[in-house]
Design a protein around this ligand. Structure first.
Ligand SMILES: Nc1nc2c(ncn2[C@@H]2O[C@H](COP(=O)(O)OP(=O)(O)OP(=O)(O)O)[C@@H](O)[C@H]2O)c(=O)[nH]1
Ligand SMILES: [Mg+2]
Length: 238
């Protein structure tokens, strides 16, 4: 049996499921230079699968949608604002922004626009539902990754999370990065965000595009989403 000091494996579970190992690698507090006190528990893969199946009931529009788009980003990057902006600019064609807040405490939302369903949740190294992401990633045609370009201290965290998500996303799924909050004076440019995320390397094998946005005013959003619509060969999203 492997010897590991991580709290997750302290349960002495001999399961060597790939999800769990991947989670441990990415979540190891020592690797993030954090004290042991901040360690968190996570779902076991079997529990995640069971919960994933239960969630499929809540997210029927997403799983039955012709076009599935994941909308991810660190907390406070602008995901919810974007969903409401999409709803507003769809001229009444979009569905409701449906929010689910499961007891394990993270936000999840979905929105239908023109037979395209967006499902959104926070990504963060300590997310206890990380093994669940696969349920949503499988079958996703694209990922919209929202980055708070004004929060330059967290660009590295945004990079790590993006790498993890790209690892579970279908290989041909497109990637649209929004360098958001470009209206703020200290916001990184799209070139700086691209470099910080190492975009040309991590997304080399898939269609990708980065655009500066100010989601609150809508600046840059139509241009960015028209790239997405073109890449997905669907009618304009907004
Ligand atoms: N200045 C500025 N603020 C923005 C922009 N986009 C979003 N915000 C603000 O950033 C804050 C967080 O936005 P949300 O849309 O709630 O972010 P989120 O990613 O859904 O965050 P969580 O659900 O908390 O994880 C809100 O106060 C927004 O008004 C932008 O382009 N510029
Ligand atoms: Mg939100």
């Amino acid at each position: 049996m492997r010897v590991c000091t991580d709290s997750i494996t302290e349960r002495k579970n001999e399961q060597t499921n790939e999800d769990t190992q991947q989670h441990q690698r990415n979540n190891a507090p020592q690797q993030r230079g954090e004290p042991a006190a901040r360690r968190t528990r996570t779902l076991q893969p079997a529990a995640a699968r069971a919960m994933g199946n239960a969630w499929k009931q809540k997210f029927v529009p997403y799983f039955e949608s012709k076009v599935r788009v994941l909308l991810l980003g660190l907390d406070a990057s602008g995901k919810t604002t974007l969903l409401y902006k999409l709803k507003e600019s769809s001229g009444g064609k979009a569905g409701e922004v449906e929010a689910f807040i499961p007891t394990i405490g993270f936000n999840c939302e979905q929105l239908n626009v023109n037979r395209t369903t967006f499902v959104s949740f926070d990504v963060g190294g300590r997310s206890p539902i990380r093994p669940l992401w696969k349920v949503f990633a499988e079958g996703a045609q694209a990922l919209v990754y929202v980055v708070d370009a004004s929060d330059q201290y967290r660009l590295d965290e945004a990079k790590r999370e993006l790498e993890y998500v790209l690892g579970i996303l279908p290989p041909k799924a497109g990637l649209l990065v929004l360098a958001n909050k470009s209206d703020l004076p200290d916001a990184a440019t799209k070139q700086e965000v691209s470099t910080a995320l190492n975009l040309s390397a991590v997304a080399a094998s898939r269609p990708h595009y980065i655009h500066e946005t100010c989601i609150t005013t809508g600046d840059g959003v139509p241009n960015a989403l028209s790239w997405l619509a073109k890449t997905l060969s669907i009618s304009p999203i907004c």
